[in-house]
Design a binder for this molecule. Sequence first.
Ligand code: AHG
Ligand code: MN
Ligand code: MN
Length: 332
Amino acid sequence: MQNRIVTLDEFIIRRQKEYTLATGELTGLLRDIGVAAKIINREVNKAGLLNILGAVGNENLHGDTVQKLDLYANEKLIECLKNSGECAGIASEENEDYVPIAPMDEKESKYLVVMDPLDGSSNIDVNVSVGTIFGIYRRKSDPSGPCVLEDFMQKGNELVAAGYVLYGTSTILVYSTGRGVNGFTLDPTIGEFCLSHQDIKIPEQGNSYSVNQGYYLKFDVEMRRYIDHCSDSNFGLRYIGSMVSDIHRILFQGGIFLYPNTRKYPLGKLRLLYECNPLGFIVEQAGGKAINCSLERILDIEPKTLHQRETIAIGSPAMVDEMKEFVERYRV
Ligand code: AHG
Ligand code: MN
Ligand code: MN
């Protein structure tokens, strides 16, 4: 039991020192994401007070109604990453194209960020938890020039780090650099993320499933059979409608999250780069599994476009394995 507060900054610097070859760039980048998270947290917290609520009115690239806070979160993250000097480019759910970042003081940066600035944004107006999801890649192109589209077309298994921030009853930042998963809860009295959940491990099996069961009749037969099985097994159904919140619960309590293909979304709804890969990385790092409905490992899927959608089944390893068996047995 630790008896001393360890802040996020201290933790990432400590981790950096364990690597003799580390240059501090990734440390700086993670720290800057932490700063952006605090700024977004401040706005999310007072959303009910300001006249910032409500849809901007226009739809985003994916046909979802854009809430003002989505754009705010997007702007703040881009601003923090631009000023950080450690990021060569950003691909965001809220921007049609990637955003290249010019080197600062002629210092070339080797990292790229992919992000969903505000996940679950339809929940903002009703005071339900939302989140931020991010992933960090090393760029492939020559660092002396601007980043290119191919830099972002990397598989999830090439992620250098990934994480999320959940603006919930507490605000928590959870991240991994490929050596386990740690969580840091924001102490609002001192304005610091403090280490609160060390080396998070997902339960092997859970007793709840998370899916938008309203679409049941639009799912393929094998998915319906698996959902029937969950219900027959007396598993509880828990679905918040913010993927970050659902995954966070599953990380601690076990369970499975599903977003299969439907008639409306034949390829699934969630975005491979911004949602599936970073959360797949975190869940795998915690001992869980993440596959699509064609039973491919999420992190092994080759992206073809920035905003590519993917189906997903993610969570406790025993439950993902069982879902796989149902798909193999019942698919036509
Ligand atoms: P976003 O707010 O970034 O567009 O993401 C919403 C996503 C995800 O968080 C959630 O699990 C899912 O959409 C909910 O979709 P349905 O309303 O179709 O269930
Ligand atoms: Mn999202
Ligand atoms: Mn979003």
